[in-house]
Write a protein that binds this ligand. Structure first.
Ligand code: NAD
Ligand code: LMR
Length: 348
């Protein structure tokens, strides 16, 4: 694996102190595109968005023409946003004028594989989206849940940089499932309502790089001891694989994933509508010595206002973070390097 990293593509870095004093622009009734909307994640997410009062127009795209059936069915749910479905070669129209584009395609992993091994299966669909974004809507917020997040976001960022439309303030890798799981598991362990809990999760989105900070659990009168923290961390890191194995390889996490993507994008919608929000996501962030990093991120209507900075950590968490940093650096380099394999010189 090590030989791959011979030449790196540099993309501009975000400072974690940036954009702190931008004014709000009230901007309601968001237009939203879901790419990969015929899948279980995509259609469940679309159903949740159909009930989101802040969305005016929901555009559904999938390469699979069954997306038209999903679109028709959603029009039978009374009220909510106007629905349009797009298939095959209509990706450009599907993303044009949208404030937020969420990418949930393409290949999920099978038992026995790691997320890292998904890169070659999933770059082509990201490449298509980057081209369409450059040509049709470079100003949109772009949120991607396609695995492997740790490498796909650097790959997409380098691609958009090549197309002269990379905006690090508006590019998000969706890692919200890790906070959802951390809250759910901590709630069970403490026998409290998980919806009342917040757990920052930093690092990346893979077994070696998810670092939940149970020492920072809030409200702070709830505490987990060292033994519980170790057990919960292992559970969160293995949660995706556990779902995969118990669904007997037929699919990865889809329902909790649709729910958690909706909780995440609802926060992005609130940001676009003028609120300042803090959301867990994987973005450009050099603070920990990696180009990209996941953690609680402050977002406003123009995008990221401040990426996550320092946390007080237990010795156990610091140890895991150190290991995660070297793994993230490797994943980022592989993602950036993949641009050269897939594209060669820029063609538009
Ligand atoms: N970030 C996370 O926490 C997280 C969680 C779960 C799944 N995932 C990832 O999400 C991705 C999709 O997983 P899934 O279970 O929904 O897969 P799936 O196979 O159920 O669905 C994939 C969808 O992508 C569509 N698709 C394929 N090629 C396309 C193209 N060129 N353009 C548009 N759509 C296209 C397919 O038609 C299908 O509807 C995988 O990479 C998976 O690992 C990420
Ligand atoms: O584990 C997977 O492959 C899907 C996803 O990343 C998850 O965490 O459930």
């Amino acid at each position: 694996m090590t030989n791959i990293i011979t030449r790196r593509i540099s993309v501009p870095l975000l400072s974690n102190q940036s954009w702190s004093s931008m004014n709000y622009v009230a901007h309601k009734n968001v237009q939203f595109s879901v790419i990969g909307a015929a899948s279980k994640i995509g259609s469940n997410l679309s159903l949740l968005l159909k009930q989101n009062q802040k969305v005016r127009h929901l555009k559904l795209y999938d390469e699979d023409t069954r997306i038209n059936g999903v679109g028709i069915e959603l029009t039978h749910v009374p009220g909510g946003p106007f629905i349009t479905a797009y298939d095959s070669d209509k990706l450009g129209a599907a993303i044009q004028f949208s404030d937020i584009i969420v990418m949930v395609s393409r290949t999920p992993r099978k038992p026995g594989t790691t997320r890292e091994q998904m890169l070659s299966s999933n770059t082509s669909v990201i490449l298509q989206l980057c081209k369409a974004l450059a040509n049709n809507n470079p100003e949109a917020f772009l949120a991607i849940s396609t695995n492997p997040i740790n490498s796909i976001i650097p790959f997409a960022s380098a691609m958009l940089h090549k197309y002269h439309c990379y905006n690090p303030y508006k590019m998000f890798g969706i890692t919200h499932i890790d906070t959802a799981r951390s809250r759910a598991f901590a709630g069970d362990a403490l026998n409290v309502n998980p919806r009342d809990l917040e757990v920052p999760v930093i690092g990346g989105h893979s077994d070696k790089t998810i670092v939940p900070l149970f020492s920072n659990l809030t409200p702070s009168y709830y505490q987990v001891d060292a033994c519980q923290a170790d057990m919960l961390t292992r559970l969160v890191r293995k949660a995706g694989t556990e779902v995969l194995i118990n669904k007997q390889g037929t699919e990865s996490a889809t329902l909790a994933m649709a729910w958690s993507i909706h909780e995440f994008v609802d926060g992005l919608i609130n940001a676009i509508c003028g609120s300042e929000v803090v959301l867990n996501c994987y973005t450009a962030n050099p603070h920990y010595g990696t180009k990209f990093f996941s953690g609680p991120t402050n977002i406003g209507c123009y995008g990221i206002k401040q990426t996550c900075g320092n946390f007080k950590m237990s010795a156990y968490e610091s140890y895991m973070l150190n290991n995660a940093i070297s793994a993230i650096n490797c994943d980022v380099a592989i993602g950036e390097e993949y641009v050269r394999y897939i594209e060669g010189p820029v063609k538009r």
